[in-house]
Structure formats: structure tokens, C-alpha cells
Design a protein around this ligand. Sequence first.
Ligand code: SAM
Ligand code: SF4
Length: 473
Amino acid sequence: MTILRDEIRPNPKATTKRLHVVTWGCQMNVYDSARMGDVLAPHGYVPTAAPGDADLVILNTCHIRDRATEKMFSELGRLRLLKLAREAAGQTMILAVAGCVAQAEGAQILARAPYVDLVFGPQTYHRLPALLERAASGSRVLDTEFPAEEKFDFLPDEAAPQTPGGVIAFLTIQEGCDKFCSFCVVPYTRGAESSRSAAAVLAEARRLIASGARELVLLGQNVNAWHGLGLDGRDWRLDRLLRELAELPGLLRLRYTTSHPRDMNDDLIACHGEIPALMPFLHLPVQSGSDRILAAMNRRHNIALFDRLVEKLRIARPDIALSSDFIVGHPGETDADFAATLALVARTGFAMAYSFKYSPRPGTPAAQRADHVPPDIADARLQELQALLRRQQDAFNADCAGRSLDVLFTGPGRHPGQVAGRSPYLQPVHITGPVSLIGTQARVKISRAFPNSLSAGNWTDLSQPPNQERACA
Ligand code: SAM
Ligand code: SF4
């Protein structure tokens, strides 16, 4: 199916309709949900927080671990009642399922939930206006193709995107994955790796900055595998793109996530020492500390490579802090393999990390294996790993107390008179200070550390000299 740019132009006849989007999963889903809002805004859709008031409800789903499908069906059950209530009142509600569960289980969703009107995958949300037109005329619509056209070319660019978050904005630069880790559904639900051109990324970055963004978080399932058409007609890699983005007037901070160790090359590492806007915090998933399990996971990197990367990153940027992802209980994982994971965590030291119990995903190679780890053993390992990671996070945060950190203020705090922001290490920071700070970055002295946030008491601007001190902890 070909889509014309006309389909996303404002519809002059559009009357106001209400849109409620529920987002599960990663930052890429958050970005996608915002872009769905952008696609629908010219067609008269405005966001509502109340699903019962919505003409269109979209569940943007995540399939990375189990229970996603059951969670989605129970939410659909609740929405069905709201849809019936609206119909009884002479109104309508289009119920749509998007994202990776939609991609993986599209036809089953329509079969099991006959009140769902529309199912579409992560690669087709630029077609939403046309899909909705079909749904509104009574057809039940399924669109989970990986279309030949590039969805980013068909997203509106005339107006500033409606991306929420304002001061910190997500920007997807790369999608899909060709790595096929044994446990992961991403290559099946998001498709093959593809990168946007540098010109498209820079244009979206400028629009986000013009609409108030001061920090950009570049997103991709494998973001450091990004390579795209450069402004000079050559193929650029991420290091070149970062250098270009860092020059944009108005931009204070840059991050990129999620990176794969295999794609962490020396040029990219050098950026961490040379681009002041690039925050000294990197999410670098390692998954396991055992070479045997990394090979079983088809991760294409070993522990020696990961250790070397950590060393190089710390040489390039001494105040860098790291986070990571871990999976415990991958099929075949022994006590010795798990001990190697604990040893890796102990010697690396993480500012924070995500850890998950292996969850068999239908259709992935690991799910077919016969040597699954018994759930009670996997649970016990997860608890032990999480306790160690928690201690490291607590130590990292505690060490921030008494230090001066640059904080980018993003919005009002929870209590009157407070403003909230983010440290370079993404910790939430609360201070007592004026709302005029929002959208600015200033150096503050951290007075207290909590398990998941920091506070700086009363506002004092400690700006200057530029921050290059060592990481907390
Ligand atoms: N591309 C990134 C990488 O390679 O590190 C990871 C992206 S994946 C969307 C996010 C995280 O979910 C993974 O790093 C992994 O720890 C976790 N994950 C993915 N599949 C999983 C599974 N089947 N069971 C448990 N955790 C899983
Ligand atoms: Fe999934 Fe990341 Fe592996 Fe790709 S590299 S298959 S996204 S875990």
C-alpha cells in the first residue's frame, strides 16, 4: 500500500476528537506514542487523560517479556466496558492495539477481542489516519506489514512534534535489530535494522529544540549501530552525528540509548571525552558475566570486550557512570555462570541497572531449548543480583551528597515551591527554587541522597567552572 503525504495534512473538516494512549515498555514506545499524537493532531485529535472520554483509545504494547499479552487483554476488557457505556450514550470509541504485541499477535487479538477495531504494528503508525477511516466505516483493520516506505518520511514535519516531556525529548534515529540474540523478540517485532539520515535527525532535533527541548535522548534498539546518509553524502556513524548535534544552538545535553557492546567503537568512545554536551552516563547492556552464556545468547561479544570497553570509557571520561541490563536464568545458566555475573557487577560498579528473569518468548531460539533453569533457582539468582545492584546504586547516590552537580530543570516538583530536574546521571533532583529555572541547567550542591533521587535543599547557583569532576561513588 502506498500512502500519500496528503493523508497526514490537516483535515479542514476535522472536528475535535479525543485521543487516549496507554504506553507500555521502552522509551521507543514512548516516542512512538508521541508521534502517533503528532500524526493525529492535524486530524482534530487532542489528548485526554480519561479513557471514558476518548473517541480513540490506543494501547501501545510491549512484547519483550511475558505477561504482556495477558496484561493487554485485561486492559482491553476494562476498555470494552467504557466503549459499551459510550455506545449506550450514543457516542463511539475506536479501540486500537499498537506496538510489538500487535505485531506478534495481530490476528489472535482480533479473534479473541471482537470489540477491538484496529491492530497495527510499530512500522505502520504513519498510516493511522487512513486506517482510522477504514475502522470508522465499520471494517476491522489489521496492518502489521513491514512496509517498503520509510515511516519517518511520512510523519508530519511542518509543526513541532507534540513529544511530551518538553525539556528532555526523545528522538528515534534507528530502529530494528539484526543481531538475533537467542532470547529476544525485537528482530521479529521491529524488523531489520534501519537508520534515519543525518539530515532527518538534525531537522527533527532543531524542531524539538525550537519547541523547548534542552536535552535530546537519541533512541534505537541498537542505537550505536546507527549509520546513515551524512550531510556530505557519505555514510556517517554515530560519533559524527553526535558531533553535529552537539553544535545545535540551544541544546545543552545529549544522550543515546540503547547501545550494544559490539558496536561501541573507539570513535564513539572518544566522543565521551570530547563532547561536553554528551552526558557522562552510558547504558551498556551486558546481560551476563559468563562467556559461555553470552555465546549461548548469541550476543557476539565476550566479557573481555566488555571489560575493555569499560576501561576505555573511563579513560576517555573519568566521571562516566554506567548502567546495564542483565538476564538471569537463561537456559543452560549454571551456578558458576551466575557467579561470573555477580563478579562482573562487583568489579565494574554500576550507578544503576535493570535485571530481569529470563522469560521464554515464543519463536526465539532460547525458548526451544530443553535446559531451562527451574523458576525457583532463577528467582533466587535474581534476588541476589538485585540486592547487589541495589547496594551499588545506594552507594552511588549516597556519594553524590555534598557534591556539586549540573541539574537540568524539567518541571515543578511535587511540593509547592519545588522544582525538579535531572542530574547528569539521570537521577531526579528536587530543589526549592523558582519555576523560572525550568528549561535551564545550573550547578547545585546536593544536600541529601535518597534511594532513587537527590535533593539540593535551597536553590543556590554554583555555576562555573564547567563540571568535569569525577562520578559519584
Ligand atoms: N538492544 C539492547 C541490547 O542488546 O542490549 C536491548 C534491548 S531489549 C529491548 C531491553 C532488555 O530487555 C534487554 O537488554 C534484556 O535485558 C531484556 N530482555 C529482552 N528479552 C528478554 C527476555 N526474553 N527475558 C528477559 N529479559 C529480556
Ligand atoms: Fe534484542 Fe538487543 Fe539482542 Fe537486538 S541486540 S536481539 S534488540 S537484545
